[in-house]
Every structure is written in structure tokens, then in C-alpha cells.
Ligand binder design. Structure first.
Ligand SMILES: Nc1ncnc2c1ncn2[C@@H]1O[C@H](COP(=O)(O)OP(=O)(O)OP(=O)(O)O)[C@@H](O)[C@H]1O
Ligand SMILES: [Mg+2]
Length: 367
């Protein structure tokens, strides 16, 4: 169902994105070793990756690094391997469906045992990540498989004493049967973590395929809503769909929530929009609060300024200083603005700043 609100896994539930999907599938078919998927929050990164690997029936594992970080408070190596094995365990049905014997592949690693098509980790075992990856690669090489390792929201790997960028670079050089797929909604942060532009950094100079997910165009957004309602056999007025697209923009996550509430909950158009904005704002503010924790008043004032129409550095700064009642040194202010861009809450075009997500705009106005 197109309006299902969990990340999609099946092609038929996933609207359009043909070019992006083709690119991902091609990378896997060609045996490329690193794919990076960038895109704002709720734009469909996790869905794209799941649909892509399943399209070609590739064995894969997906580690939600953001979730790991928020549940464990850091990304420690032992915890990371346990999460990886757990994520593999959750995919055992998929391995069985495609005939991939993960248990055989990993039973060479001390502390890991085959369990059906999946694996289990001994309670006290502490295998190293490199050891697990090496075993997997070797077995895949011998049996003609390519295994995709997905680190969803990979920028959270930076919260660790372990240099995961180094491990990934090592794996790309030495493990030809694995493809790493990294996604990130904090585009600037992920690029900084991977240090793709830094000649001193491990991943530098390695070939990678980069896929950028953009918002749906108004036409695509409208097409998506129409297709979703049609699938459910519901008649809806064109003008209402146009309003929904106008308000929610081409962010598929919000459009999906609208479609879901309207069709499953059967609430009328206006009421649905209202609840989408209410719920959406809550989600946005919860995410935002973790990011702006350290300079809350200043970040909040910046976002409010832009939400209310200030677009230039000078105007935003004036607003922020009046609101917070303090003078902020120019370079510090530039840095704060830059951080919001890096995290995807602002975009800068020429000399002008704007908020790309209507939900963020709505949420910060009420702060
Ligand atoms: N092409 C698509 N067709 C239909 N639904 C989609 C599509 N892309 C994403 N969705 C839906 O939009 C929502 C967000 O998708 P997803 O979780 O894949 O995005 P994301 O970019 O990974 O978001 P986040 O930044 O929150 O991790 C989900 O409800 C998903 O089902
Ligand atoms: Mg995601």
C-alpha cells in the first residue's frame, strides 16, 4: 500500500524514484563497494535502499545507527556487532527466501552460531567487526554472492571512539564481495564524517556512487496522492489534493501521513491536514531539540527569524540579537547558521536562507 507509513520494502508500494532505484541496483550489479544516499528527513532514503536491495534479491543487513545511538547513548564496538548480528537475525526470513545461508557464512566466527538461515551471538562473545566482515566477504566470494551492508543514518557512527570511517575504508579496499550503503539525512554531517573531500582521510579517493534524493515535484506529489487514493478505491477532490501538496510540499513522508490518515482514519481533508501538522510538528521538535540542545535559545531564534520571513544574514542576526537580548560575535553567528545548514534545517541559496520543510517552518513559529 502506497500510504503505509513504515519504510517501504516492496517495489509496488514505492512510488516512482525510478532513476534513483536504477542507480542503486546498477551499483549492486556492477559490484561497486560504496554507495551513499543523501536526502532530507522523510524523503524516502530508508525505503529506497530496502526496495533496491530486495529488487535484485541481494542478501543484506540494515543497521539503524541513529536508533542505536539514541538507545545506547554511543556506538561502542561490542554493542555495534551485537546490533549487527541482531539485525541479521531479523532478516533470516529474507535469507531463507533467497536461499542465502548466513549461518554458514558466519559460523567461522567464534561466538556466532548458525540458527536456521540466520545467526545467533553467544551471550559473552565479543567478535570484532572486522572479523565478521572478513568472514562474510570470504564466504560470499566462494559462493558467488554480493552482500549489502546498510548503515542507515551513518553520520551517527561518529559518536564513537572507534574510527568507523577507517573501518569502512579498509573494507572497501579489502572486501570485494561487500557493498556498503550509507544513508544520511544530515547531509553536511555525513559528508564531514566520511571526510570525502579530505585527502588525509581514509575514504578519500575511493570510488563511490552518490545518490541524492530530492523532494517530489508538485506533479509527482500529486501523482503520488492520486495513485494512493486510487489504490484504496477512494474518491477525493482534486482541489483538496492540490492544497495538500501546496501545504506539505514534495516531502513524501508528510504526504504519506496525510494519505494514511485520510483513508484509514477517514477524517475529512481539513481535519486531516490539521492533525498531520500537529503530529508532524511534534516529531520535528523532538528531533530538533536533540540537535540544538547546546545553544537552544540562539538556534530557536534563528529558525523563527527565517520562518517569519528574514532571509539574509544581517536581518536574521538582528532578529536573533533582539530576541535573545545578547550580542553574538559575527563569526560565531555564521557558525550557528552553518550548523543548521549542515543538519538540513536551513538551505542557503546565494545570500538567502530558507527552511526547506514546511513542517519545520510551522513548528518553529509556535515556539
Ligand atoms: N517513493 C515512495 N513511495 C511511497 N512512499 C514512500 C516513498 N518514499 C518514502 N515513502 C514513505 O515516506 C515515509 C518516509 O520514508 P523513509 O522512512 O523511507 O524516509 P527517510 O528519508 O529514511 O526518513 P528518515 O529521515 O525519517 O529516516 C515513510 O512513511 C515511507 O513509507
Ligand atoms: Mg530513514
Amino acid at each position: 500500500m502506497l500510504f503505509d507509513i513504515s519504510p517501504k520494502e516492496r517495489r509496488e508500494d514505492f512510488y516512482d524514484r525510478e532513476g534513483e532505484l536504477r542507480s542503486l541496483v546498477e551499483a549492486l550489479r556492477l559490484g561497486e563497494r560504496l554507495v551513499v544516499v543523501y536526502g532530507a528527513r522523510r524523503i524516502g532514503k530508508s525505503s529506497l535502499v530496502r526496495v533496491g536491495v530486495r529488487e535484485i534479491r541481494a542478501p543484506y543487513v540494515l543497521v539503524d545507527v541513529r536508533k542505536l545511538y539514541f538507545e545506547e547513548g554511543s556506538v561502542r564496538p561490542a554493542g555495534f556487532v551485537a546490533w549487527l548480528v541482531d539485525a541479521m537475525r531479523m532478516r533470516s526470513k529474507w535469507y531463507e527466501r533467497i536461499g542465502f545461508r548466513l549461518g554458514d557464512a558466519l559460523s567461522r566466527v567464534r561466538g556466532i552460531h548458525a540458527a536456521g538461515f540466520g545467526v545467533e551471538l553467544e551471550l559473552k562473545a565479543r567478535p570484532r567487526l572486522t572479523e565478521v566482515l572478513e568472514a562474510l566477504d570470504e564466504w560470499c566470494g566462494e559462493h558467488g554472492w554480493r552482500f549489502a551492508i546498510v548503515f542507515d543514518e551513518a553520520q551517527y557512527l561518529r559518536f564513537s571512539n572507534t574510527r568507523y570511517d577507517g573501518i569502512i575504508a579498509w573494507a572497501i579496499d579489502n572486501l570485494p564481495n561487500l557493498t556498503f550503503i550509507l544513508t544520511g539525512s544530515e547531509v553536511g554531517v555525513l559528508r564531514e564524517f566520511l571526510r570525502l573531500e579530505d585527502p588525509e582521510a581514509p575514504p578519500y579517493g575511493r570510488y563511490r556512487r552518490e545518490i541524492f534524493l530530492e523532494k517530489f515535484t508538485p506533479r509527482q506529489a500529486l501523482g503520488f496522492l492520486k495513485a494512493g487514493f486510487k489504490e484504496l478505491g477512494l474518491q477525493v477532490r482534486g482541489a483538496e489534493l492540490e492544497e495538500a501538496v501546496d501545504k506539505l510540499d514534495g516531502i513524501v513522508g508528510w504526504l504519506t501521513l496525510y494519505g494514511y490518515k485520510r483513508s484509514i482514519r477517514r477524517t475529512p481533508h481539513r481535519k486531516t491536514l490539521e492533525t498531520v501538522f500537529e503530529e508532524g510538528s511534534r516529531i520535528v521538535l523532538a528531533e530538533l531539540s536533540k540537535i540544538i540542545e547546546y545553544s537552544k535559545a540562539r538556534y530557536t531564534a534563528i529558525l523563527k527569524a527565517v520562518a517569519q520571513g528574514a532571509t539574509r544574514w544581517r536581518d536574521i542576526k538582528t532578529y536573533v540579537e533582539v530576541r535573545t537580548g545578547e550580542r553574538i560575535p559575527d563569526n560565531r553567528f555564521t557558525q550557528l547558521l552553518g550548523n543548521l545548514v549542515k543538519y538540513g534545517y536551513l538551505v542557503k541559496q546565494g545570500d538567502e536562507y530558507s527552511i526547506p520543510d514546511p513542517m519545520v517552518k510551522h513548528a518553529v513559529k509556535n515556539l
